[in-house]
Design a protein around this ligand. Sequence first.
Ligand code: ADP
Ligand code: ZN
Length: 290
Amino acid sequence: MLFGALEAGGTKMVLAIGNEHGEIIEQKSIPTTTPAETIPIIVDYFKAKGIEALGVGSFGPVDLDRNSRTYGYITSTPKLSWIDYDIVGNLKKELNIPVGFDTDVNASALGEATWGSTKDVPSSVYITVGTGVGVGVYQNSSTLHGMLHPEAGHILVAKHPDDNFEGVCPYHPNCLESLASGPAIEKRWGKKAIELSNRDEVWELEAYYLAQGIVNFILTLSPHRIVLGGGVMHQAQLFPLIRNQVSQLLNGYIQTQQIKDIDNYIVPAALAGDQGVMGCIQLAKLEWGK
Ligand code: ADP
Ligand code: ZN
């Protein structure tokens, strides 16, 4: 059985075909321009493929409330031509198949929870640290939506006393994304993150901020495991630094087996960059089964 996956990003769209086991059969990406230009290319790609359903993991904010008049819309995005765009409605109309829908990072959380590093635990938090910081939450066999959907990349963190950087988020000088995203690293240190690999102070400070976020997610959501993905997390030296800072901040307060085994609690994504696409395949499969 074949399913379609659309990972809709602000700069590129990843289109893929996979089966019910999450195996990706083919994949390609196209640049994200305007809906008028991009959507017909997507429709043409999926039309001839014999897919049963499509799963869309989208940049946002998006409307995930099935009772809302604007369900399936990309809403107040900074990408102007996509503001209030009915992505689900238009794809459904053209393809005439069920279309599952979630945020891009919830799709990654779902991909890892179905086939990756959290497939053996009932709840998890997936954090992507890339151009932005995004957080997806998986609990009770589904992703958490709530009023809108978590926007936990924007939680506020305490500034390091030696950090004079003003932040990159236009809304919050001291949110996690503002201080710890890839662009924040680049702007603070004046070099691409990848070129700063051997600068210990860069990754100590990065871990200082990410650990604050993670501790807040542990305390509020109590996930069974936390997965970290996104471009910045290619810096594998971050993992021990983050685990160490998380332990220090928790300060012995949470005493579960999982926290005691922190190396298996805070882990890298296991699906090697395919977690988003595989999550979209699972979204398609779930929608098809509804
Ligand atoms: P996006 O968030 O746009 O989907 P990525 O997850 O690849 O894409 O994140 C891009 C960000 O990650 C950029 O700021 C880039 O500098 C940073 N990045 C990409 N690869 C690396 C790497 N190997 N080490 C450190 N930072 C990286
Ligand atoms: Zn912010």
